[in-house]
Ligand binder design. Structure first.
Ligand code: S3P
Length: 429
């Protein structure tokens, strides 16, 4: 699908961001592991969360999907069915990596496959620790999916220091650990999103500057009864759009603002963005706020390596904000962006360059030469089938001199199916 994005004179209105993809996928996978029935409201229609439901059905969960509220009756740790055909994880790295941990821990033989993008993403990072825990994982192509998982011997207790700040890797190992008689411990020197530990109630202690999170068979698995908050990573597109397009004001109620996810708020604010957050509630253990953004002049900034994990999915759109700052901004320590649904460092660099922005690419980041109020060239972009690149290119295009075109724009539906209609409802031409 090709989308044409016209320049916007202003953006105004209230929108409800889609429900959080990371939390939704976890709620489905964890509900599989509970023997009690889970009730989850505001479960999203986006593709990745739907993939999670299809996968848990294949393993024996009963999912009653009543539109907004879904009811999941899990199999518990010991009742999972071995799937007879490969389990398709679609576009979702979270589903593949978390499910690999569950299957390896449970000792359920299975093959996990994914789409073309997922089939290019590195899985060696999960294969190594799961192998050390006693599983056998075969990869078709030196660490790329499909993955064949089995475990014949016992599950070994394991203490694992994360070599890369990744919530998917952390969660994979902790989920496998839920099946072990003795505790598995994951040491996390730099905190990544903490949804797995909060939703499962896993113990976390601080040791020598790192979080140490433990799991074992002794840990009860609660049913997932929650209302999923709005996705901060989706809201971030409008936080940037509302900042850079003049005369704008956008309000987003019920948005998740978990601090391990929302470093983009701090980054945008230190750039001068006018963002107000009014705390609304807690959805489960997740803080939720109403966010209001108004246009503001932006200053350049430096994003440090330590900030990257808590802003990882917002970096492409933060690059768009930097293009309008009054000076040179720099991102460092972000090599992980190369291993997402596309090589996002290269993809966003090309989007910015096509729009006429001066950018220098580095192995682990970008240098972006901003100009306040600049007009972006009307350009032809390709999402590379990456949802966040499609949406970041659209936000940049709102500041165009002329219309821009975005190919493979349907990729937005992976996390945000309503993105294009929200854009139409906010934009005044
Ligand atoms: C996610 C973790 C992050 C993030 C991804 C979702 C999760 O990936 O980029 O979109 O749900 O745990 P990594 O764990 O690879 O950093």
């Amino acid at each position: 699908m090709r989308k044409t994005v016209e320049p916007a004179a202003r953006l105004r209105g209230t929108i409800i961001p889609p429900a959080d993809k990371s939390i939704a996928q976890r709620s489905a996978l964890f509900a599989l592991l509970s023997t009690e029935t889970s009730r989850i409201t505001n479960y999203p229609m986006a593709e990745d969360p739907r993939t999670a439901l299809a996968c848990i059905r294949r393993l024996g969960a009963v999912v009653e999907d009543d539109g907004d509220t879904i009811q999941i009756t899990g199999t518990g740790r010991d009742g999972m069915l071995a799937p007879r055909v490969p389990v398709d994880c679609g576009n979702s790295g979270t589903v593949m990596r978390l499910l690999a941990g569950i299957l390896a821990g449970a000792g359920i033989p299975a093959t996990l496959t994914g789409d073309a993008s997922l089939s290019r993403r590195p899985m060696k990072r999960i294969m190594d620790p799961l192998t050390r825990m006693g599983a056998e994982i075969r990869s078709a192509d030196g660490g790329l999916p499909p993955l064949e998982i089995r475990r014949d011997g016992p599950l070994k207790p394991f203490r694992f220091r994360l070599p890369v700040a990744s919530a998917q890797l952390k969660s994979c190992v902790l989920l496998a650990g839920l099946f072990g008689e003795e505790a598995t411990q994951v040491l996390e020197p730099v905190a990544s999103r903490n949804h797995t530990e909060t939703m499962l109630g896993l113990p976390v202690v601080r040791q020598q500057g790192a979080n140490v999170i433990s799991s074992s068979r002794q840990h009860p698995i609660p049913p997932q009864n929650l209302q999923i908050p709005g996705d901060f990573s989706a809201a971030a597109f409008w936080l940037v759009a509302g900042s850079i397009v003049p005369d704008s004001e956008i309000v987003m109620p019920a948005t998740g603002v978990n601090p391990t996810r929302s470093a983009a708020l701090d980054i945008l604010r230190r750039m001068g963005a006018d963002i107000v957050d009014e705390v609304e509630d807690q959805a489960g253990n997740e803080p939720v706020a109403l966010l209001r953004v108004r246009s503001a002049p932006l200053k350049p900034t430096l994003i440090h390596p330590d900030e990257i994990p808590n802003a990882i999915d917002e970096l492409p759109v933060l690059c768009v904000a930097m293009a309008f700052a009054d000076g040179v901004s720099r991102i460092t320590g972000a090599e992980e962006l190369r291993y997402k649904e596309s090589d996002r460092l290269e993809a966003i660099r090309q989007v910015l360059v096509a729009g006429g922005v001066r950018v220098e690419g580095h192995r682990d980041g970008l240098t972006i030469y901003g100009e306040p109020g600049r007009k972006i060239h009307g350009a032809h972009h390709d999402s590379r089938h990456d949802h966040r690149i499609a949406m970041a290119a659209a936000i940049l295009s709102l500041m165009g001199e002329h219309a821009s075109e975005i190919d493979n724009a349907e990729a937005a539906s992976v996390s945000y199916p309503e993105f294009w209609s929200h854009l139409d409802s906010l934009a005044h031409r």
